[in-house]
Unconditional design. Structure first.
Lengths: 399, 344
């Protein structure tokens, strides 16, 4: 099963831009996407900054060419997935065996949570239109229909590692010669449900987050969608624009320590990174850049950092958490960061870890603080770890 | 792939009970007959677990125990709705308390990967762990992922299951969509008085799959195939025919067909059409009168098929010792699935 899987296109929408080019520009200009909530209507507006996509649902609906009443999760997904597909520019797309694997964590919760107050007051009330797309899979299907993809449609939900797993699964379906093209990644819109959930865990930062900093205080929630177009060697060979990279390695492991907390030694993270490198058949020293999971919580960053310390020993590659730009986009984060990883290889980029001040005392390394281009980037390791101990790592390699 | 063990928690107490006297209900909602969880799980943990977690984790533990596997190479779950009770609990408190004074427990347990994660946590399994949440394909996607891990030699044992729960709220909301029969009905009679709507169901079923025969396997799972939103009955027929062709078998090779009729006239038309066209004269049985309709009911059907092949006995049928079973189900005419199983 050594058939390579190529990345033919990318699509993204996040707090730092509506497409790949805009995201790239914000990364280069070191422009973070956090701010005061504008579209999410929560009592925490003044206190908790979030990284919102800077458009109302009706504006997003226009971009997505979908009705404005559908879940924001689906609107974000459609915008990014359409961009990815257009970017790949596969001529005979509809003659190929195609798949859409999208991840999300709460489906149409942004609508359900608006239905609930009325429903609770009287169970015969509340517009059903608001809950018809509550299921995670329903959000995916809205977009699959939009893209006219029928051969394989699937949704994965493994908390914050969700979309790394959809990319992983998509690659396997191509390797097994079940599909020729898979649009894989994930989406999540901000929801009061999620914001309040993370708030009860006391892991939200009331300032802009500082991942991998000694004085980190927690994470900022973000929203968005990110997809890559995975294609087989045969499809890649016919593309006008030659793919710059492959997905060469991946691994899914479980921390099996606690439902929400990571083990202090980062067992799951260590196994995921190590497994992905084995799959790629590369050594730690071959990694050019690590796109960290780096949420900015005490727990994640020490667990992930400890695993990196153990695995890389002394050859620490440049690394950073782009969540310092986009916030933590949860089910979308693996997809969003996969797009950043592909761009890193395409353009030789290393991204800064914004607002970094003080090195963590437990770690012998610090993240990058400046944007740089023209680097020789051969292999990028992208980490996505989540609740339930679900840890996944992906490796993108230059062709 | 060999089904080394199978365990289920469903509205039926057990396979032997089901053969003797199937559990009868007069309702449009079938709830699981739950085991004494204290015999399966640590009582300290049970208190904190919601219904779906208890069902899922218990079925998984029973399955591992029966297979004699302590630590499978992968754990994969399929659930369409996820942890509804915990989701509703957190959502209700959030609305009632206007986003203040909330506690994290329900939120923590509301994530869709909770069942698979709890299994891993309980047995300290660091291996592959995934959760598929695609409506009527949730279990099928999990099953296909399990099969592909085995085929890739990435795993030699995979624990895979499907789980969904009913809550009062989910039943009420789905009833408002017109999914269920208006009046309480006898579950064992739903095919005799065709009307609109079906009966709500829930359950958990887990399987230990392996490429290697163990000598005590329930059955062999020869193939799993899904198709999405067929345009008409001809496309359904074509997909089933192609599936049989891909497995190099004829209709005459099949001893038993398990179909997914749910008692809703609109829904069941497809089965009568297909039955007449493709399977004239074949022995066909239903299963949703036993477990109700829900997006991962096909996991219950796989458990049923595995037990039929293991014991040679078929509920309500004189026919014994079937060798080949074809399973066909569709969920709301969107998600269609086919399984082919053989006796070992």
């Amino acid at each position: 099963m050594s058939a390579p899987v190529f990345i033919a296109g990318t699509g993204i929408i996040s707090a730092i831009g509506n497409n790949t080019a805009e995201n790239l520009a914000s990364l280069e200009q070191e422009k973070a996407g956090m701010g005061e909530m504008r579209f999410l209507n929560s009592i925490h507006r003044q206190r908790l900054p979030v990284a919102e996509v800077k458009h109302s649902n009706s504006e997003l609906a226009e971009m997505a060419e979908m009705p404005a009443h559908v879940s924001r999760t689906a609107l974000l997904s459609a915008i990014a997935a359409k961009e990815a597909l257009a970017d790949a520019a596969i001529e005979n797309f509809h003659e190929l065996r195609t798949g859409f694997i999208s991840a999300n964590t709460v489906g149409g919760m942004d609508k359900t949570e608006n239905f609930f107050p009325e429903f609770l007051s009287n169970h015969a009330r509340g517009r059903l239109r608001s809950v018809v797309h509550h299921e995670c899979g329903a959000v995916t299907e809205l977009v699959a229909d939009k893209l006219a993809i029928k051969n394989y449609v699937s949704t994965i939900s493994t908390a914050c590692s969700s979309s790394a797993n959809s990319i992983f699964c998509g690659a396997r379906l191509i390797k097994q010669n079940i599909l020729d093209v898979v649009i894989a990644g994930g989406t999540d819109a901000l929801a009061k449900f999620t914001l309040n959930g993370f708030n009860t865990l006391m892991i939200l930062d009331n300032k802009y987050c500082q991942p991998f900093d000694e004085n980190r205080r927690g994470l900022n929630l973000g929203e968005g969608a990110g997809y890559v177009v995975l294609v087989s060697e045969k499809v890649a060979a016919k593309l006008a624009k030659k793919p710059a990279c492959t997905l060469s390695g991946y691994c899914n492991a479980n921390d099996a320590y606690h439902q929400t907390a990571s083990s202090p030694e980062g067992t799951g993270s260590f196994l995921a990174m190590k497994g992905a490198m084995q799959k790629s058949n590369i050594k730690p020293a071959d990694i050019s850049y690590i796109n960290l999971h780096g949420t900015g919580t005490q727990n994640n960053d020490i667990a992930e950092g400890t695993a990196i310390k153990l695995l890389f020993e002394k050859d620490f590659p440049p690394m950073s958490s782009t969540k310092s730009f986009t916030g933590h986009t949860l089910g979308a984060s693996g997809g969003v960061e996969a797009v950043f990883s592909v761009l890193s290889i395409q353009h030789g980029l290393i991204y800064p870890n914004l607002r970094f001040q003080t090195q963590m005392k437990e770690l012998p390394f610090a993240p990058e603080t400046k944007f740089s281009k023209g680097n020789q980037v051969n292999h990028v390791l992208s980490n996505s770890f989540g609740f339930g101990g679900n840890c996944s790592s992906l490796i993108f390699s230059k062709t | 792939m060999f089904i080394r063990s199978a365990a289920s928690i469903s509205p039926q107490a057990s396979f032997s009970q089901l053969l003797a006297v199937p559990a009868a209900y007069t309702s449009n909602r079938l709830n699981c007959i739950e085991p004494d969880y204290a015999k399966i799980l640590d009582p300290k943990l049970i208190r904190r677990m919601s219904h779906i977690i208890k069902m899922g984790v218990s079925a998984a533990m029973e399955c591992l125990k029966e297979a004699g596997v302590e630590n499978p190479d992968a754990i994969i779950a399929g659930t369409a709705y996820g942890c509804l009770a915990d989701t509703e609990s957190f959502l209700t408190k959030m609305v009632e308390n206007k986003e203040e004074l909330l506690t994290p427990t329900a939120f923590i347990q509301s994530t869709h990967n909770t069942v698979a994660a709890q299994i891993a946590l309980m047995i300290k399994c660091h291996n592959y762990n995934n959760t598929f949440v695609h409506r009527g394909f949730s279990f099928e996607n999990a099953l296909l992922d399990a099969i592909s891990l085995l085929q890739e030699n990435e795993a030699s044992t995979v624990l895979v299951g499907g789980v969904d729960e009913i809550t009062n709220v989910s039943h009420e909301i789905l009833s408002r969509f017109g999914l269920y029969k208006k009046d309480p009905v006898s579950n064992l009679e739903i095919f005799n008085s065709p009307s609109k709507g079906t009966i709500d169901g829930e359950g958990a079923a887990f399987f230990l799959l392996s490429k290697q025969a163990s000598g005590k396997d329930y059955a062999k799972l020869d193939a799993v195939y899904t198709f999405f939103k067929p345009e008409g009955i001809d496309e359904v027929k074509m997909n089933i025919e192609n599936f049989l062709l891909s497995q190099a078998i004829n209709v005459s090779d099949i001893d038993l067909i398990i179909q997914g009729r749910n008692g809703d006239v609109r829904n069941d038309l497809i089965y009568s059409n297909i039955g007449q066209k493709l399977f004239p004269g074949k022995t066909i049985i239903d299963y949703k009168h036993l477990c109700g309709e829900y997006p991962t009911s096909s996991a219950f059907a796989l458990w049923l098929a595995a037990n039929i092949l293991k014991t040679g006995k078929i509920p309500y049928q004189a026919l014994e010792n079937p060798k080949k079973i074809l399973f066909y189900n569709h969920y709301q005419n969107i998600h269609h699935s086919l399984y082919l199983l053989s006796a070992c």
